[in-house]
Design a protein around this ligand. Sequence first.
Ligand SMILES: Cc1ncc(COP(=O)(O)O)c(C=O)c1O
Length: 418
Amino acid sequence: MYDVRTIREDFPILNREVNGKRIVYLDSTATTQKPRKVIDAIVDYYENYNANVHRSVYKLAAEATDLYENARKNVGDFIGAKQEEIVFTRNTTESLNLLSYTLESSMKKGDRILISEMEHHSNILPWMRLEEKGILLDYAKIDSNGYLDIEDFKKKLKKETRIVSIVHQSNVLGTINPIDELSSLAKENGSIFIVDAAQSVPHMPFRVNENFDYVAFSGHKMLGPLGIGVLYGKRENLENLQPFLRGGEMIKDVDFHKVSFEDSPIKFEAGTPNVEGAVGLSAAIDYLQDLGMDNVRTHEKQLTKYLMLKFADNKNITVYGPNEAEKRGGVVAFNVKNSQLLRKAKNEGIRLDDFIHSHDIASFLDDSNVYVRSGHHCAQPLMRTLKVTGTARASFYVYNDFEDAEILASKLGDIGVQ
Ligand SMILES: Cc1ncc(COP(=O)(O)O)c(C=O)c1O
């Protein structure tokens, strides 16, 4: 049974009080808190196994290498991939940049890349860089409910489209995109299909399918430590890519003017890797597996539904993204009006923006230890489409409970008069 009370006890930081009050942490989309199991695994690594990996013959180094490689296998099993299809990076951003730099050599002027209007900057800027080479960047539109416009996606999927790179779950709208359908369309078109899974692998059961060429996600968004990320690549894809960075450990042989590279994934991991991060991520995966990813998804859906119902009762709140909890993740972006203030300003002939600035909302909530993100959420093109400069955003994870949602909704009820 999913018991959020006992889960909360596993997270030391959530048991911390600030000014005598509980912390209401609603920013797991930015980064998640870490359970004791992950913290302990990292401490255990340093206390008992620390050595550099893949290069020394002594026992400690062999044990550290085993821990690192077992972590790779655990990540692979978690998403239905083979161990050798998992490259460790720093984060989603690095995984997507790796692809942008390594795929570049196979692209020419006039080729196109298709993304969507709801992408995080991490899945925009690496592709925008290629515009400098004459490669064209297309954005599939979103509709007024925050769903991807599939007809527009199809229209923009052209014969020159070499790469389609799409977010699975939006970090702002919460929209869960139909990536199976999108990947089939991309494959029928002969395009490379990339999934930005930074907000989906942590929150729902996720399996790679044969149409996914590459998948990127971050350990810190799934209870793991900072500084460890993942790039999944189909084996044949990885074998055909050139390395991104060059240096120690990723070679078979180096002569004065010649080099042959290791097989993937090692050829993409130049230099000393983040062993601690891999070990911590593996412990995080064990923790999530124990909870069950179906349960994680159900739990977040219930919280989201509850919060959206609460928000629907407050006429000052505008929520962005799909109405149906089924089709969205546990991310709720919103803005708040102060109707009383607006009325007063209008009577006095003063022009005020409709919404209170999202940073002011976040600061106001911070006074009660309610931690939400505010601003553009690294998705400025999306903000332009939504015609706002920013939003506040509450996001849920395994440790949030109904009380968190209740406190947020009731604090917002204190703003303005409806
Ligand atoms: C959808 C999405 N993609 C990419 C990223 C970038 O992740 P990172 O900062 O871990 O590289 C984020 C971070 O919030 C995200 O939400």
